[in-house]
Ligand binder design. Sequence first.
Ligand code: NAI
Ligand code: OAA
Length: 346
Amino acid sequence: MRHMWSSINVEKEPVKVLVTGAAGQIGYALMPLIARGVMLGPNQPVTIHMLDIEQAAEALHGVKMELIDGTFPLLRGVVATTDVVEACSDVNIAIMLAGIPRTEGMERKDVMSRNVSIYKAQASALEQHAADDCKVLVVANPANTNALILKEFAPSIPEKNITCLTRLDHNRALGQIAEKLKVQVNDVKNIIIWGNHSSTQYPDVNHATVTTSSDERSSGERSVRHLIADDKWLNTEFITTIQQRGAAIIKARKLSSALSAASAACDHMRDWVLGTPEGTWVSMGVCSDGSYGIEPGLIYSFPVTCQNGEWSIVQGLKIDEFSRVKMDATASELLEEKSLAYSCLG
Ligand SMILES: NC(=O)C1=CN([C@@H]2O[C@H](COP(=O)(O)OP(=O)(O)OC[C@H]3O[C@@H](n4cnc5c(N)ncnc54)[C@H](O)[C@@H]3O)[C@@H](O)[C@H]2O)C=CC1
Ligand SMILES: O=C([O-])CC(=O)C(=O)O
């Protein structure tokens, strides 16, 4: 199998991108971003494979018509199908949105029984029909556990190629810090989301910095905790705001977040494929190798850097007692979700 990422042709071969659940609301926000090169870069042609279920086939066809009408120069083809084999064939990237979203008053794991079986079924289709180096991003909730099930039922897909989305939580945390400090969001970096994409996740600012404008005496990066100078806010309200942001959006919109989720999915894939900027890390749900004492094999959100199409967990960060307790609590929830998932699968 050819390796798409090392291509140096001026006219690159199109990358095949699968989007499952493509007729849904995240799909509708995501597709134009992919077609415009926001996900894979402004010089990378793409072919989009859209998968949905029979009941959504007509809506899916409507999205295909809109993509054609969008006259996107990088878009070299659109497949709209309800056939999982056709959808998965030779894809280099798989963005998994398929599933039902939660509604007001539910936790994300409450959609487990409906969604986890999709990930078991689609694991084998991906394993058998996707390109060998296919990179998979699971977005549908419960995202970490769906990714875990996909990994366990597709044992020939390398573990390092299966990830889940916690970049939305990461971006939310950057946004809250930027608002609090009244700085550009671009100037804030190295926040960490540890653990589950759920209300037990731990948004950690202990290593986060803000790039301050230089003056005669100071320039460079300053600690977020130091600049905010309000540990009480950082250790309580900030954390719960990020943990509950998805629920707050459902309450306000009566629908779960879509434009920010689509944007975060692009950020996740772009950084994975094209690399993270020097000195910057991002949060990704990846298979634990035991780093920071997290049970190996769990899909857990860690700080990562990416280079040459591979992510690596940032090592050696100092973890204080407050963080340790929160990191372990979200790991425990993931272990519970894993056994719940297996009981749902029978
Ligand atoms: N990880 C994250 O940060 C976020 C995750 N989500 C989750 O993403 C998922 C998608 O959200 P929305 O687009 O708002 O939902 P939606 O309901 O608008 O779209 C989901 C689509 O999946 C399709 N679908 C269902 N079963 C399928 C199957 N077996 N094969 C193919 N397609 C199938 C449905 O027909 C529908 O078109 C939800 O589970 C939601 O909770 C949402 C926001 C953020
Ligand atoms: O909260 C939800 O159910 C949707 C989601 O995952 C998010 O917005 O983070």
